[in-house]
Write a protein that binds this ligand. Structure first.
Ligand SMILES: [Zn+2]
Length: 260
C-alpha cells in the first residue's frame, strides 16, 4: 500500500546504471505508473504506422525554414487532424532518417502523452534528458499546477556499467537478460526457453562510452537545473553487494524516507 502521496518522480542515471529495479520500487510503493520516453515514441510511431500513410515525409518539412510546415497544412496533406498521428509523423521523420530527435519534438510528444495521464502519478523515465527538456518540464508542471516531488538518481561507476553491459546477453525470444559471469546462460542458450542468446548491438564498449559521455554533457546540466529550482535529488546506489529485491527496495526507501 502506498504510504505517502507522491505527484510525480523522475528516475535518472547513466545508461546501464540499473534504473528499472528502482522504478519498480517506486511504482509499487507509491502506486505510480512508469512513463518512459521509449514507450512514448513507440506509441506515437505506432499510431502513425497504423494510419498507413504512403507518401514521402519530406513534403512536411520546409527546407528553407528548417522546420515542419504549419500543422493545418500537415493535417490537410495527411488527411487527418488527429494530433497523435501528426505527432507520430514528426517523430518518424527524424527516426527514419536516423537523425537525433530534436528537443522540441521530444517535448511535444512528452507533453501530449503526459496530458493523457493528467500530468500526475508518473515515474518519468528517460525524460528530461537535456537542459532544454528540463526547462520545458518545469514550465509545464507549473502551468498544470502539478509537481515533481524529487529526482531519484541511480549512481554507478563507468567501469561497473561497462563491465555489466559488455557481458550482457539477451534472449531474443522471451527477453530474459543474462550476464556472462554472474547469471550465465546455459551453453549460450536461454535457460527459460532454450533460444540462443544474443548481444545487443548497442552493448559494445564504444557505444557505452558514448552514452556515458552523453549523460555527462547533456543530462547532468539538466539535473543541476532541476536541483537549482528546488527539486531535491535523492541519490541511491546502482550497485549493491547483494542484489536482492529486498535490498533494492531498502536502498531506495531509506533515502526517499529521509526526504518525506
Ligand atoms: Zn528465452
Amino acid at each position: 500500500m502506498p504510504t505517502r502521496s507522491i505527484t510525480n518522480v523522475i528516475v535518472t542515471g547513466k545508461s546501464g546504471a540499473g534504473k528499472q529495479p528502482r522504478i519498480d520500487v517506486l511504482v509499487e510503493e507509491f502506486g505510480l505508473e512508469q512513463l518512459s520516453t521509449g514507450n512514448i515514441f513507440r506509441s506515437y510511431l505506432g499510431k502513425f504506422n497504423e494510419y498507413g500513410y504512403e507518401g514521402d515525409l519530406k513534403e512536411f518539412w520546409d527546407e528553407s525554414k528548417e522546420r515542419f510546415i504549419p500543422d493545418d497544412e500537415i493535417a490537410e496533406k495527411l488527411g487527418t487532424s488527429d494530433n497523435d498521428i501528426m505527432l507520430g509523423m514528426k517523430a518518424k521523420y527524424f527516426v527514419d532518417k536516423g537523425l537525433f530527435v530534436p528537443d522540441y519534438i521530444t517535448n511535444e510528444l512528452f507533453e501530449s502523452y503526459f496530458a493523457k495521464k493528467n500530468y500526475r502519478n508518473q515515474v518519468l523515465d528517460g525524460y528530461p534528458r537535456t537542459l532544454q527538456q528540463a526547462e520545458f518540464l518545469l514550465k509545464l508542471i507549473e502551468r498544470e499546477n502539478s509537481k515533481i516531488d524529487f529526482v531519484l538518481l541511480v549512481e554507478n561507476s563507468d567501469e561497473m556499467i561497462i563491465e555489466r553491459t559488455v557481458n550482457r546477453r539477451i534472449c531474443p525470444k522471451c527477453g530474459k537478460v543474462y550476464h556472462l559471469v554472474y547469471n550465465p546462460p546455459d551453453n549460450g542458450r536461454c535457460r527459460e526457453c532454450g533460444a540462443e542468446v544474443v548481444q545487443r548491438s548497442d552493448d559494445t564498449e564504444e557505444k557505452i562510452r558514448s552514452r556515458l559521455e552523453e549523460f555527462r554533457k547533456k543530462t547532468v546540466p539538466a539535473l543541476e537545473y532541476l536541483e537549482k529550482h528546488g527539486i531535491p535529488v535523492v541519490k541511491v546506489p546502482g550497485h549493491l553487494e547483494e542484489f536482492t529485491p529486498e535490498n533494492v527496495r531498502k536502498s531506495v526507501m531509506d533515502e526517499v524516507n529521509k526526504l518525506l
